[in-house]
Design a protein around this ligand. Structure first.
Ligand code: AMP
Ligand code: GLY
Length: 423
């Protein structure tokens, strides 16, 4: 099978590594890719947000399966364009990708499907914003305000704060920029990312993972695209995956089918395990980054066959997923200035080390690997248990040199030390 991966992050590098180890894959390409994917996959220039260009590349290269990594091409309709070209595509339609592309659409689907999530107020103007903040304060007392940009914002559109004026200012800024705003009830408790592969009918959950969204140790600093992850979760309650399948994933997939907008591809449930039970924080319509970097190394089932079965509506006949024992940890090495104003163009040494997945990297004209984005590398290791995986990942981080780089030193630490408490 000739497989074309669309995207250029560490998620796509992880997808390429997993696909390359599937004996069914005869040729692998990644467009546009990065310095890391070039080592395992052919590279092509590509504007990923242009569905016509994505479909044209798939046709010209002779792809038999296209795997779309990021949300931007999905929301732009790239999966539809590839399917119209007669090529199997892993990823939801433009319509179905609205589960990620519009938080208010996702709320409507969850309400219709009876899926538990935070109470939310859709806000169209400054007066409604103040009313919504009053109502959420009356409902939750002293809990933080949660104010979201309704559209795609690369994980940076959400402000969670007890400072009412800061919450209102974020809402006004989004409205001033022409966006829509969602004010939400605050959800307490640890967060879990649970991915499921679906073909629009059958849903196969993967192992749960945890992401670290804040920039600094101890969950300080601004929200980022994700600073690290680990899987599986030793502290997760028994039966969590079955519960989320029954109360969140399957009802959502069924509701999308009922609407005539079947969701096939990767359904990512961002969950909070609150004092009142499991709640959906958000849906994404694609593999999460950096969680993919820890979930895929644990998957023993060949990846191309699984994604092809999703793309062709054949998951009901797919064998149960098999998992390797042990755990995986990934630590994101970010550029100086990330997330506000990342510096690029710095040379990286050790970028070809084992487990070093590339995100924002490029090959300079002189052949050196340089930084080319905010999240530069996702340094990943597996181990017999979480402590061993964590130690191995940080040993690998120590083998990398990038001027001004920063990373969190506490990825998976609370879980290793048994400090994650369920409310
Ligand atoms: P989102 O873009 O919706 O995933 O939000 C990004 C991050 O903001 C989440 O991973 C949470 O850490 C936080 N967040 C979002 N919504 C809520 C909420 N209702 N209550 C508490 N934290 C939230
Ligand atoms: N891990 C967060 C995301 O992929 O959106």
């Amino acid at each position: 099978m000739r497989v074309l991966v669309i995207g250029s992050g560490a998620r796509e590098h992880a997808l390429c590594v997993a696909l390359q180890s599937d004996p069914a894959v005869t040729a692998l390409a990644c467009a546009p890719g990065n310095a890391g994917t070039r080592a395992v996959a052919e590279a092509f220039l590509l504007q990923v947000a242009d569905p016509v260009a994505v479909a044209a590349l798939a046709r010209e290269w002779g792809a038999e399966l296209v795997v779309i990594g990021p949300e931007v091409p999905l929301v732009a309709g790239a999966a539809d364009a590839v399917r119209e070209a007669g090529i199997a595509c892993f990823g939801p339609s433009e319509q179905a990708a609205q589960l990620e592309g519009s938080k208010s659409f996702a709320k409507h689907v969850m309400t219709a499907a009876g899926v538990p999530t935070a109470k939310a107020w859709a806000v169209g103007g400054p007066a409604e914003l103040e009313t919504a903040l009053d109502e959420v304060h009356a409902l939750t007392g002293g809990a933080p305000y949660v104010v979201k940009d309704d559209g795609l914002a690369a994980g940076k559109g959400v402000v969670v704060t007890v400072d009412r004026e800061a919450a209102a200012a974020h809402g006004r800024a989004v409205l001033d920029a022409g966006g829509a705003v969602l004010v939400e009830e605050y959800l307490d408790g640890p967060e879990v990312s649970l991915f499921a592969v679906t073909d629009g009918t059958t849903v196969l959950p993967l192992v749960p993972a945890q992401d670290f969204k804040r920039r600094d140790d101890g969950d300080g600093g601004p929200n980022t695209g994700g600073m690290g992850a680990y899987a599986p979760l030793p502290w997760a309650p028994a039966g969590l995956v079955d519960e989320v399948l029954a109360t969140v994933l399957q009802p959502t997939v069924d509701e999308m089918a009922r609407r005539g907008e079947p969701f096939s591809g990767l359904l990512y449930a961002g969950l909070a395990l609150t004092s009142r039970g499991v709640r959906v924080v958000e849906f994404n319509a694609r593999f999460g980054d950096p969680e993919t970097q820890v979930v895929l190394p644990l998957l023993a089932t060949p990846l191309a066959g699984l994604l092809h079965a999703s793309a062709t509506g054949a998951l009901a006949g797919h064998p149960p997923l098999e998992w390797r024992p042990g755990a995986a940890v990934t630590v994101v090495v970010a550029a100086s200035g990330y997330p506000e104003a990342p510096r690029t163009g710095d040379p990286i040494t050790g970028a070809d080390g084992e487990g070093v997945l590339h995100a924002g990297t490029a090959v300079a004209p002189d052949g050196r690997v340089v930084s080319a984005g905010g999240r530069v590398l996702a340094v990943t290791a597996t181990g017999d248990d979480l402590a061993a995986a964590r130690q191995a990942a940080y040993e690998r981080v120590a083998g990398v040199r990038l001027a001004g780089a920063h990373w969190r030193s506490d990825i998976a630490l609370a879980a290793v030390e048994g400090r994650i408490a369920l409310p």
